[in-house]
Write a protein that binds this ligand. Structure first.
Ligand code: ADP
Length: 244
């Protein structure tokens, strides 16, 4: 479903990603872990074209873009249309109701009809436990509710891959569980997902594979139980030790 080959990314003179290679199969859940500043968010943002690598190749569900120093513009929508992104800070439209937030993109971008979109949105809101809140505005919701609405909104575009950037790190501890439960449900349904997270218990539960990153490099990867319980590399051991 996803293939990254030799991805390099810098900001000004700072190299943030070096020689990133990895693949994600259809239906697989991959968690990216690692210290702050190791490049996890930048890698995730490269997958939907919010950041443009200087070189390397990204392929998502058959659409492929090769990046090069010489080129400035890319048909980035070819990648973006396969992905749904959920951010730390929710990013809902503040002046639209929950329901309107959900139907906005497919209405405008895909030019779909309103009535079936409302039905689809209500089904998704029911799934994330927000149907009764469909006519509220974001500032009338808790952080956990806002994040569940943001997940439902991303699902409206029926993405091949869902990308999560620390989806619970802006939430009060008591609201984290309700968001993680929704993501777990998606995992059980076979949704392909790449998740940047600091929640190691959650990663252990939900990830088919864990990638540990440090200084812009994938240090090691493997099944969650290997990486999180018995990591081989010292950097991974040190990182996990700090969390105990
Ligand atoms: P992580 O998600 O692992 O915390 P990030 O991908 O956010 O790491 O950041 C990796 C490095 O890139 C950090 O040193 C950060 O300061 C830098 N960085 C990220 N975004 C930008 C940007 N837009 N401009 C300049 N530097 C950036």
């Amino acid at each position: 479903m996803i293939k990254l080959e030799a991805i390099e990314k810098s900001f000004a003179d700072t190299t943030v990603l070096t020689g990133i290679d990895f693949e994600v199969d259809k239906g697989e859940v991959v968690c990216l872990i690692g210290p702050s500043g190791s490049g996890k968010t930048t890698l995730l943002r490269c997958l939907n074209g919010l950041e443009i690598p200087e070189s390397g190749r990204i392929t998502i569900n058959g659409d492929s873009i090769a990046f090069s120093h010489k080129q400035k513009k890319y048909p980035i929508n070819n990648l973006r249309r396969h992905t749904g992104m959920v951010f730390q800070g929710f990013h809902l439209f503040p002046h639209k109701t929950v329901l309107e937030n959900l139907i906005e993109a497919p209405l405008i971008v895909k030019k779909q009809k309103r009535a079936p979109l409302v039905k689809q949105a209500e089904e998704l809101l029911n799934k994330v436990g927000l149907l009764e809140h469909r006519n509220k505005y974001p500032d009338q919701l808790s952080g956990g509710q806002m994040q569940r609405a943001a997940i439902a909104r991303a699902l409206m575009m029926e993405p091949d891959v869902m990308l999560f950037d620390e989806p619970t790190s802006a939430l009060d501890p008591q609201l984290v569980r309700e968001v993680l439960k929704v993501i777990e449900t998606l995992a059980k349904e076979g949704q392909t997902m790449v998740i940047v997270t600091h929640e190691m218990h959650f990663a252990k539960k939900v990830a088919d594979r864990v990638l540990f990153m440090d200084h812009g490099v994938i240090i090691e990867e493997g099944p969650a139980e290997n990486i999180l319980v018995n990591p081989e590399k010292e950097a991974t051991q040190d990182f996990l030790q700090l969390l105990v």
